[in-house]
Design a protein around this ligand. Structure first.
Ligand SMILES: [Zn+2]
Ligand SMILES: [Zn+2]
Length: 189
């Protein structure tokens, strides 16, 4: 018998994936809210350790900067790799990064793009734009998709190995589509 195959990602790969997933959640929230989005909670849940202690001013700046970046991220499923690279290169020129190799909390050596003294919003924006840049180099835009449920269209990031994701993080989208498919098949039968 074979053991269950475990996908062993490097620390960098798993951090990129975690970052892209929270970014997609924040973009979806920004797109569906007209009262603004508190970005502290989603980044805290995703394990951005400074989220809890960051000043409200820094969190507010991060919210505005994510709002400015949201149209680009939301367009990724439809953007060709070259065009996405051009757009992300523009964002890269805005970053002030100062990389170092660190190892903390037993996760293994990985890069930090900003020093520990960086403003929280600068740190997160560096992580976000660098994650987008790495993703573009590794996979292009193909892992960014749109929810297939009728009337949804929210963005998702597909981190599955065989790119089998069809729906956004809202579990209702998958279940109502499966119910509709099931009814359609029954009708045909
Ligand atoms: Zn780290
Ligand atoms: Zn959906």
């Amino acid at each position: 018998m074979y053991a269950v195959a475990v996908h062993v990602a490097s620390v960098t790969q798993s951090e990129i994936q975690i970052t892209l997933e929270v970014v997609v959640d924040v973009v979806n929230a920004l797109n569906t809210s007209d009262v603004g989005v508190d970005v502290r909670a989603p980044f805290a849940e995703a394990g951005f350790s400074r989220s809890q202690s960051a000043s409200q001013a820094s969190v507010d700046r991060l919210g505005k900067r994510m709002q400015a970046l949201a149209p680009l991220i939301d367009a990724l499923p439809e953007l060709a790799d070259d065009d996405a690279a051009t757009r992300i290169n523009e964002e890269l020129t805005e970053l002030t990064i100062s990389p170092s190799i660190v190892d903390h909390d037993g996760v293994g050596a990985h890069m930090h793009w900003t020093p520990a003294t960086a403003r929280f919003d600068d740190q997160v924006m560096a992580d976000v734009v660098m994650a987008l840049a790495y993703e573009l180099c590794d996979n292009g835009t193909i892992r960014f998709g749109r929810c297939g449920a009728d009337g949804c269209g929210r963005l998702f990031y597909d981190g599955t190995r065989n790119r089998s994701r069809r729906f956004c993080a809202d579990s209702r989208c998958a279940s109502r589509t499966h119910t509709a498919d099931h009814r359609a098949r029954k009708k045909q039968a």
